[in-house]
Design a protein around this ligand. Structure first.
Ligand code: IPD
Ligand code: CA
Ligand code: CA
Length: 266
């Protein structure tokens, strides 16, 4: 599989940051049993990974802007291009020694995401996509699942927790979705969740209160794998709306209807 020069830059940055996260993940597993726990250590791992990604990307394309979760946005002199990066998506998993986390890197051109890389160093799974070039898991071409009815589907989601999200609203969404599907999963790393939709591992996904770096790379992966996505209201501006619903064309439509069903009156 031939990758463009640009995608290669992104892959190299993701692999390098992934190596650092992998080493730190080993240490986190040891720190689980310490009294202090691994929290401070994990914040450092996160910052270190972002610095690695930033340095690699800006070395290759010094004029591009950079939006990373862990730092102030840097405007580039090239107004058309911006990197959007989550150096460690799935922090809670990482902190707890659960091997479901990833580095996520996307490239935005004139407001559109044109390339994305999501790398889970714990499983060595590298998801890549470039607009018009298809989506891949390592060297394998990806396609979203082809199930046609929600009743056959396994659907991923995010779940609000202490201090985060609208618990009541989520419970209504969950109540409606769980009555219609074959299974629900909450894996805890939104970038990987979207990559899993692209890979056909889950048939659909919805989550609210997400940031651009959680979604950016996954958006191009899903589109290039033949999938459909929107914000929770069916619109196209997932970044402003901070939410996403995804699946193949049919499942996206059905899931969107179900998550928006009104609160039952009883
Ligand atoms: C979080 C993960 C999680 C999602 C949260 C995100 P972080 O990102 O993607 O799955 O439910 O909304 O904030 O904090 O681990 O980078
Ligand atoms: Ca994230
Ligand atoms: Ca993060």
């Amino acid at each position: 599989m031939a990758r463009s020069a640009l995608l290669n830059v992104m892959v190299q940055a993701a692999l390098k940051a992934g190596k650092s996260l992998s080493r730190d993940f080993g240490e986190v597993q040891n720190l689980q049993v310490s009294v202090k726990g691994p929290s401070d250590f994990v914040s450092q791992a996160d910052l270190k990974a972002e610095k690695i990604v930033r340095d690699e990307l800006l070395k290759a394309r010094p004029t591009y802007g950079f939006l990373g979760e862990e730092s102030e946005e840097e405007k580039g002199t090239d107004g058309a291009h911006r990197w959007i990066v989550d150096p460690l998506d799935g922090t809670t998993n990482f902190l707890h020694g659960i091997p479901q986390f990833a580095v996520s890197i996307a490239l935005e051109r004139n407001g559109e995401i044109v390339a994305g890389v999501i790398f889970n160093p714990a499983t060595d799974e590298l998801f890549t996509a470039e607009k018009g070039g298809g989506a891949f898991l390592n060297d394998r071409r990806l396609r979203v699942a082809s199930r046609r009815v929600l009743s056959d589907c396994v659907i991923g989601c995010g779940v609000p927790h202490l201090g985060r999200g609208n618990h009541g609203k989520f419970l209504v969404e969950l109540r409606h979705v769980m009555g219609e599907v074959a299974g629900i999963r909450r894996f805890g790393a939104a970038a990987l969740d979207l990559a899993y939709v692209a890979a056909g591992r889950i048939d659909g996904f919805w989550e609210v209160d997400l940031s651009p770096w959680d979604m950016a790379a996954g958006l191009v992966l899903i589109r290039e794998a033949g999938g459909f996505l929107s914000d929770m209201k069916g619109g196209t501006d997932v970044f402003s709306h901070r939410s996403v619903v995804a699946g193949n064309e049919l499942i996206h439509k059905q899931l969107l209807e179900v998550v928006n069903r009104p609160i039952p009156s009883n």
